[in-house]
Design a protein around this ligand. Structure first.
Ligand SMILES: Nc1ncnc2c1ncn2[C@@H]1O[C@H](COP(=O)(O)OP(=O)(O)OP(=O)(O)O)[C@@H](O)[C@H]1O
Ligand SMILES: [Mg+2]
Length: 217
């Protein structure tokens, strides 16, 4: 049963300043949702709250499978993931970095290897699997972050500024990765981006953060 997310009346303030203000939305359909909005409008905050990294001050963040509410336990957390613009790298191979999410989830070795190799192929980094991750370019690092997330086959994938500070060539590669994931149609991807043209290229559903709320555009 596909995972759905409903947020309602979500409020979040930092140091007394409201960032999310009774923000509500239902992520019901598989595909790509693109969230745009000015700097500081709360996009990253919203992604962290949706990905269960942070809790709202008020309001509800509810995951459903069909019509059943799913408790926010480790099993649910294994089905969702957030990729941040500067992913943390470990001083080891590209393969080990991409395998990290699966290893902490206790994946079996053979299965882990298959999934990680597939994810590295998907993002065009398989030829670098034995290289030290610290030698990658910023575009490749961004792709490695996506591979690490894809290896766990998330049903809900949150990408925060996936092409921030990478060149046109790598932006195109990352966009193609996202479009290819979309073709597979198995997951929901929620992307925060400043780039309106990119939003148009990738999104099935366009969302705008405005005054602490999501507006569908
Ligand atoms: N952990 C935090 N502590 C204090 N203030 C925070 C924290 N996280 C976010 N903020 C503040 O909340 C507001 C919204 O920040 P957020 O990062 O969610 O916006 P954004 O839309 O992602 O911005 P950008 O486009 O620059 O990435 C900003 O004013 C930011 O300074
Ligand atoms: Mg942000």
């Amino acid at each position: 049963m596909s995972l759905r997310l409903n947020i309602s009346g979500v409020r979040k303030s930092y140091n007394g300043k409201p960032v999310l203000n009774a923000c509500s939305f239902s992520f019901d359909r598989n595909g790509v949702y693109v969230l745009t909005g000015s700097n500081g409008s709360g996009k990253s905050t919203l992604l962290r709250i949706c990905a269960l990294i942070e809790s709202p001050d008020n309001g509800e963040v509810i995951y459903f499978s069909g019509n059943n509410i799913i408790s926010k336990d480790i099993l649910l957390r294994r089905r969702i993931t957030l990729v941040l613009p500067g992913i943390g790298l470990f001083n080891t191979t590209v393969f080990n970095n991409a395998a990290y999410g699966l290893k902490i989830r206790g994946g079996k070795n053979k299965e882990t290897e298959r999934k990680v190799n597939n994810a590295l192929k998907f993002v065009g980094l398989i030829h670098k699997k034995n290289h030290n991750a610290l030698t990658l370019s910023s575009g490749e690092i961004q792709r490695l972050g996506i591979a690490r997330a894809m290896a766990i086959e998330p049903e809900m994938l949150f990408l925060d500024e996936p092409t921030a500070s990478i060149d046109n060539e790598n932006t195109e590669i990352v966009e193609n990765i996202i479009l290819n994931m979309k073709k597979e149609g198995r997951s929901k991807t929620i992307i925060a981006t400043h780039d309106m043209l990119q939003a148009g290229r990738l999104g099935d559903c366009m969302l705008l953060m405005d005054e602490g709320k999501i507006i569908k555009v």
